[in-house]
Design a protein around this ligand. Structure first.
Ligand SMILES: O=P(O)(O)OC[C@@]1(O)O[C@H](CO)[C@@H](O)[C@@H]1O
Length: 315
C-alpha cells in the first residue's frame, strides 16, 4: 500500500476574504470569507486524501489556532500527527477581487523553539520509516535554522525513503544540496536560485538544470498559468492546461500532489499534475480538487519543449 508523509513546520489557517475592489488605505468590506487548513504540506495531504491516497500529515501546531487547524482536518481521511508547538499557528490572509486577483498576506509564524523543532524531527522520522515518499513543504518558522530541512532530508534518505522538497530562500538552497529526489519550485523560487528574472520556458529549463547540478534528482517546476516543466538528468517534459482561475492559492501544492499520486512516473504523472493544479486554481480559497473537478483531457503535452515561448503570467 502506498503511504505518503507530508511535513508542515509552519502551517496556517488560510483566511480568504472576497471584496468588490481592494482599496489601499481605505475601508474594505468583505462580501464573503472562508477558512481553509493551510500550509503547503497540509494542502498536499488534503489533495491526496481526496483521491484516496493514504497520507499522514506531520504538523507543528500550537495554540488555539493549532486546535482549530486540527479540527478543520478532522474527517478528511488524513492521519494527522500533531506536534504541539509552544507558539500558535499563524493566520494567512488572501484578499480576492472579482477578476481573481489575489493579494496575499503571509505571517512569519510563531517561533519554533529548539525542543519543538527536535520533537517535529523525531515525529517525522518515526512516520517516514516504511513510507513511500516524504514531502517537506512550506517555509520554516522563525527560530529554526535554514539547514533544518537539509538535515531532515539526509536523515530520511538514510532510511531509504525518497524526499520531495518545496520551500524557498536559503532553506531551499541548502535542502537541494542534501540530494532530495524531487524539488518543486515555482517561478519565483527558480529566479531566486539563478539570481535573475526568467522570461521564457528555456530560462526555466536552465534554472532547473542549476537545481539538478546542486544535487536534486528531478525538478518539477510549477509555472501557474504557463503549466509545468519536468526536468530530470535524462530529459525534459512540458505540459499546460487552460485555466479559468478563481483563486490560485495552493495550486502548486495540488500540482505536486497530482504528480505524487501517479508515483512520480514521468510524463503521465506530469499530465496528472497539471490537471490537479489547473483544477485547484479554478476553485475558491485554497480548496483542493476532488476527482470530479479534474479535466486531464484538456492538458496539452508538448513533445518538444517550447524553448523560446515567453512566460505570460505571474504564477
Ligand atoms: O509562507 P509559506 O509557508 O511559504 O506558504 C504558506 C502558504 O501561502 O502556502 C500555501 C499555498 O501554497 C497556503 O496554504 C499557505 O498560506
Amino acid at each position: 500500500m502506498r503511504v505518503i508523509v507530508t511535513v508542515t513546520a509552519n502551517p496556517s489557517l488560510d483566511r480568504t476574504v472576497q471584496v468588490r475592489k481592494l482599496v489601499r488605505g481605505g475601508l474594505n468590506r468583505a462580501s464573503s470569507i472562508r477558512v481553509d487548513p493551510g500550509g503547503k504540506g497540509i494542502n498536499v495531504a488534503r489533495a491526496l486524501a481526496q483521491h484516496g491516497v493514504d497520507v499522514r500529515a506531520v504538523v507543528a501546531a500550537g495554540g488555539i489556532e493549532g486546535q482549530q487547524l486540527v479540527a478543520l482536518l478532522a474527517g478528511l481521511s488524513i492521519d494527522v500527527l500533531r506536534v504541539p508547538a509552544v507558539g500558535p499557528v499563524r493566520i494567512n490572509m488572501s484578499v480576492v477581487e472579482p477578476d481573481a486577483t489575489v493579494t496575499k498576506f503571509n505571517e512569519p509564524g510563531a517561533l519554533l523553539d529548539a525542543g519543538d523543532a527536535r520533537a517535529l524531527c523525531e515525529a517525522v522520522l518515526r512516520s517516514a520509516d516504511g513510507a513511500n515518499w516524504v514531502v517537506i513543504a512550506g517555509s520554516l518558522p522563525p527560530g529554526v535554522s535554514s539547514a533544518y530541512y537539509a538535515g531532515l532530508i539526509r536523515m530520511i534518505g538514510s532510511l531509504g525513503v525518497p524526499v520531495v522538497v518545496d520551500t524557498s530562500g536559503p532553506a531551499l538552497h541548502e535542502a537541494v544540496q542534501a540530494r532530495p529526489a524531487l524539488v518543486k519550485p515555482n517561478l519565483r523560487e527558480l529566479e531566486e536560485t539563478v539570481g535573475h528574472s526568467i522570461t521564457t520556458i528555456g530560462g526555466v529549463v536552465d534554472a532547473a538544470d542549476e537545481i539538478l547540478e546542486l544535487g536534486a534528482d528531478t525538478v518539477l517546476a510549477s509555472l501557474g498559468a504557463d503549466g509545468a516543466l519536468l526536468r530530470g538528468h535524462d530529459g525534459c517534459g512540458y505540459a499546460e492546461a487552460p485555466v479559468t482561475a478563481q483563486n490560485a492559492v495552493g495550486a502548486g501544492d495540488a500540482l505536486l500532489a497530482g504528480y505524487l499520486s501517479e508515483g512520480c512516473g514521468g510524463l503521465p504523472a506530469l499530465v496528472t499534475a497539471v490537471a490537479w493544479g489547473a483544477a485547484a486554481a479554478s476553485l475558491p480559497g485554497s480548496a483542493m480538487p476532488q476527482p470530479h473537478d479534474l479535466r486531464p483531457d484538456l492538458v496539452r503535452v508538448e513533445s518538444r519543449v517550447p524553448w523560446d515561448r515567453r512566460l505570460h503570467r505571474d504564477p
